[in-house]
Write a protein that binds this ligand. Sequence first.
Ligand code: F3S
Length: 743
Amino acid sequence: MDKNLNVVRSVQNRPLTLADKILLSHLDDPATTGMVRGQTYVQLRPDRVILQDVLGQTAMLQFMQTRRTTTAVPTSVHCDHLIQARVEGSLDLTESLAENDEVYNFLRTASAKYGVGFWSPGAGIIHQVAFENYAYPGEMMLGTDSHTPMGGGLGSISVGVGGADAVEVMAGLPWEVLYPRFIGVRLTGKMSGWTAPKDVILYLAGELSVSGGTNAIIEYFGPGAASISATGKATITNMGAELGATTSVFPYDERMARYLRSTRRGDLAELADKYRHLLTADSECEANPDQYYDRIVEINLSELEPHLVGPHSPDRARPISQMAAELKEDAGLVDSISAALIGSCTNSSYEDMSRSADVAEQAKARGLKSAVPFMVTPGSEQVRATIERDGQMRSLTDIDATVLANACGPCIGQWRRAGESVGNPNTIVTSYNRNFPARNDGQPSTMNLIGSPEIVTALAIGGRLSFNPLTDTLTAADGSEFRLDPPAEAPEVPPADFEEGRSFYQAPPDDGSAIELTVSPDSERIQLLEPWPAWDGNDFTDMPALLKAKGKTTTDSISPAGVWLRFRGHLDRFSDNMFMGAINAYTDEAGKGLNVVTGETGQGFSRIARNYKAQGVKWVAIGDFNYGEGSSREHAALSPRLLGGAAVIARSFARIHESNLKKQGLLALTFTDPDDYELNSEPDFPKVYGAFDSPREECGVIAVYSPDESASRLTFFGLFALQHRGQESAGIASNTGDGIAVH
Ligand code: F3S
């Protein structure tokens, strides 16, 4: 970093924010000039790649096509997403091992063959394991999961990407990303009482919205930053993904050093102390933030209230004190809580578990238990073993908590939930990070509200969403009324070292070249990939709109998880779910549309697309704002490519999905005027109207439309004349009929 930053400073000659220091010290060419935030692309050299077991399958399958013998940067695979939550941790783990044996074997063998570290099922959730082992100040890490930014809690620029981006870096290519804007969040004061680090990000989500961080790095600074533990910072940076941010980062401080030492990385703390000036912003940036950040948000931690966000979107935020009033006004909300869940990658730190255990102990002392099913997901085996040793787990199970496996489970729809709430409008409260419809139990009618683990624990005991633990009382077993005390301040690391627990890590052999990697052609879990066919040189013409998606269209809507997680390594099989959760703007129905070739209605989109493909008809999809928000799931781009899609035209895109579309050879186009989305409104015969172009300058596009009623199909000229890596755009014009958009 030091060496590269000297080169950067010699050509840039300006004060640098922390994000700039880490980004620019990882430039492929540190002497690069002419970078413009939010406009030009930079080529970076990340230090490490982490893969989870779902996207890891497609990443490994794509890596096989590179014909390299080992990865170019240290890489690890983490088996966390495929483990289902049914009964309790150890039973669920045993069943999931049997069910996913073929996938785990593939990942284990591929890891050994290509020099990749393998964290087998039970080790924990990718981000928590990476936080304990791989994140460090000044690092740049890529991960095939949108919550990779959790590493920012240790001063790492950790970014969630799709598999294709990860594979490029594993193959030794630089990673190309839009040079992001910087949002500065200045923290003052100190949290106390019920307020937790989670409330910083819940509040910020309400302020900035789910797209407010798009193509931006959120950099925290100010005197309040050092008052937050490293793991609390990690909760905040983890959930920066909910704002669409490229990543989030905190400056290096003593809290990070303490965590590094406690996780057997004292050598890194020493190094970071020595180079502290590289791991914090230049003092001019903090003194005059308006000049160096594109936007500034101020948060006084002393005044911050506990928040709840949701249902259905993490930016529907309010202080907990307003929840009861909102319940009275909004008949769609359900007061009675059907389940409470704490933990996950976002919030299962030693501090989180200690504060939740404190609340649980207070209930226990009054003869109370959780009023609703209450589940705890430890983020890693290290967390699980440590809270078992130190008693927090006992405090939680004493009020009837069920401890789930060290895995994603209900956080990613792997919750095999039973009971009367299933399918009916019901409220769950979680300390997870994401609350899109159907995210947790596959049921769109389940409403997930997110809060800190200590607040969720209190709500589990209260049993009602309108219960405000700061002001309301509970009835003890003896009939007396009492109020919960705010949980005591808890240490971020245990007084003794962390307990490592059982070992789940398998290091790769020195030479794995002799290892055979076979995939059965009959497998329904794994399918070897072939390169996409090259463009044949012909323009794409006469393309119907397969779908005009209305409203929030997440990667979960485009390529649902839940039961489909099983098929994530089999491209053809999982593509049967394409657009299943997307709302058809013409009919308001989810997942179904009109086959404009046959005239049949009410067919699933993947079936229609397969029919178009069989007839050689390419298609486009139309999207609303922030299309493709949510997870980094590249399956949401792979399926449209497999089934004959050529382009997605949206009002705007979420960053990772836009990149995933391009990496799989689909055009990601935006309407020049977002209101043109409304023009495409004829239910009987979907047409595409409106001028649109590439949202970025890298693409020499090329979009032509015809508002002529007789021209019912979209016509592109010169599609895929993409000038993607810094070359000049191609100016393209052609005979077009009415409207032309060219640049
Ligand atoms: Fe797993 Fe965390 Fe994503 S728990 S599903 S890695 S949000």
